[in-house]
Design a protein around this ligand. Structure first.
Ligand code: RB5
Length: 150
């Protein structure tokens, strides 16, 4: 599967590591930057992956910044994006089963490489449960369509 991946400088090292891991699993990481450790602004890179998911050009994406917080806030502005900030294995499973997360966000300064790899594996291998969880996602979708302006 093609998987979009991007980071800021705080997530660069882990991004490089996870690209290798994705390839070893037979996936094709689509690297949208950043390409070195120079300081950059995380929204500039979060947008690139979130846009592709929102348009349907890619089905799944991975974003990494220092904490994962900025990237998840950015990605969740996009319609159809369900970005889950996951720094533990339990959340990796349930962000798929219950919330069908299509973007995985990891804090590069929070989790080590081995835990991050395991998070990615679980997130990729766990299917969405559907049923009552589908109804809940439909409520989120309805919210997106309202396009609130206060
Ligand atoms: C960059 O220093 C840092 O703010 C960023 O990587 C991220 O943690 C933001 O949420």
């Amino acid at each position: 599967m093609q998987i979009g991946i991007a980071s800021d400088h705080g997530g660069f090292e882990l991004k490089e590591e996870l690209k290798l891991y994705l390839k070893s699993m037979g996936h094709e990481p689509i690297d949208l930057g950043t390409f070195n450790e120079e300081s950059v602004d995380y929204p500039d890179y979060g947008i690139l992956v979130a846009e592709k998911i929102s348009k349907g050009d890619l089905k799944k994406g991975i974003l990494i910044c220092g904490t994962g917080i900025g990237m998840s806030i950015t990605a969740n502005k996009f319609r159809g994006v369900r970005a889950a900030l996951v720094n533990d294995l339990f959340s990796a499973r349930f962000c798929r089963e219950h919330t069908d997360a299509n973007i995985l966000v990891i804090g590069g300064r929070i989790v080590g490489k081995e835990v991050a790899r395991e998070i990615v594996r679980i997130w990729l291998e766990t299917p969405f449960t559907g049923e009552r969880h589908q109804r809940r996602l439909e409520k989120i979708e309805a919210l997106e369509k309202k396009n609130f302006k206060f």
